[in-house]
Design a binder for this molecule. Structure first.
Ligand SMILES: Cc1cc2nc3c(=O)[nH]c(=O)nc-3n(C[C@H](O)[C@H](O)[C@H](O)COP(=O)(O)O)c2cc1C
Length: 325
């Protein structure tokens, strides 16, 4: 079984990838999407979203980071994919899942799923433009409004010789609402030999095992669940081996929050760094009630030194460090 960290625009940047991949259990990360329209983008655009290009395309703990492109036209997608490969991306991922209205209105993301031929043509053009040894992977939903094109899209991606396909088991219309229709992935699995990675609504080791069983996929991609429980990949692996390991407790999470703050301070303007901490707390509070309390105490803070002081104070307070059962 391989476990991938899902791309999440505005949430999982290179600092979060570094933090989460260091905890272990993860086989691959994917960047936030690089928006491709007509132009060949300058190298700095790729390096900004994927600074790991400067270190062999891997996170500090050695997990490969595929570079994701989003666009609706074969030629610019192919040219930009070739550039990303030249810059050192260990793999190229194509985004046909984004549900955002602004993106869909400008010919990108899940709206392309209405046209299986175009999904095929973009994938084939990218495959042809990128050296053979660099994987080209594709990420889709089950469809746009409905699933009427689903199997044709999957077939087209297989015929375009993509290396792997990740299926987020919902349509664009489903948004991010539970449930995810894992059994639909199994339908795709039975029609193509292309390796498929199942994605959507995996919050616990139990979900992961059920998803593998219903989707008939070995490999999984974890998104929001890995933000709520950063040790989810390790817990899933343990569950698959029939063993259990201790979950991270809140006292283990506090140093991670401090590390995220310092990684952000080292990489971004100080005025930016409060945002990612607050955002992560919003995810963490689903599993760690203490995160909700901490969020309340920092939600109006913008000064990194104040946030650092609150994190420090919380680390020493028994109120915050109570273990979650
Ligand atoms: C805030 C947010 C940003 C996302 N950004 C991207 C993205 O840039 N590229 C992409 O392919 N998917 C993106 N996704 C979709 C996720 O990769 C994933 O497919 C989805 O969240 C379902 O998995 P989950 O239920 O485990 O979270 C995003 C999802 C969220 C919630």
């Amino acid at each position: 079984m391989r476990l991938m960290l899902a791309p999440m625009e505005g949430v999982i940047d290179h600092t979060m990838r570094e933090l989460l991949s260091e905890l272990g259990g993860m086989d691959r990360c994917v960047t936030e999407f690089v928006r491709v329209s007509e132009a060949l983008l300058p190298a700095r655009v790729f390096r900004r979203l994927c600074p790991e290009l400067g270190s062999g395309g891997k996170t500090a703990s050695g997990v490969p980071v595929y570079l994701q492109l989003l666009g609706g036209q074969p030629t610019p997608m192919a040219e930009n994919a070739a550039r990303a490969a030249e810059l050192g991306a260990p793999g190229i991922d194509l985004n046909f899942g984004c549900p955002a209205k602004t993106v869909n209105r400008s010919d990108g993301g899940s709206i392309i799923l209405r046209e299986p031929q175009r999904v095929h043509d973009i994938t084939a053009a990218v495959r042809a433009a990128v050296p053979e040894n660099i994987p080209v992977t594709v990420k889709i939903r089950l469809g746009f409004e409905d699933q009427s094109t689903f199997l044709d899209v999957v077939q087209g991606i297989a015929e375009a010789n993509a290396t792997e396909l990740t299926i987020h088991a919902r349509t664009k219309k489903h948004g991010y609402r539970a449930p995810a229709y894992w059994e639909e992935i199994a339908r795709a699995r039975s029609t193509v030999s292309l390796p498929i990675i199942a994605n959507g609504e995996i919050w616990s080791p139990g979900d992961a095992l059920r998803c593998r069983q219903q989707s008939q996929c070995q490999d999984l991609m974890l998104g929001r669940g890995a933000l709520c429980r950063p040790d989810l990949p390790r817990l899933v692996r343990a569950a698959l081996d029939g063993t259990t390991i201790d979950s991270l407790n809140w006292t283990d999470i506090l140093p991670l929050l401090r590390k995220l703050l310092s990684l952000n301070l080292a990489n971004y303007d100080a005025s930016y760094v409060a945002g990612p901490i607050k955002q992560w707390l919003v995810y963490l509070r689903y599993y760690y009630p203490q995160a909700a309390v901490m969020f309340e105490s920092i939600k109006r803070e913008r000064d990194p030194e104040r946030i650092e002081a609150i994190l420090e104070q919380c680390s020493q307070s028994t109120h915050f460090s109570k273990r979650v059962a």
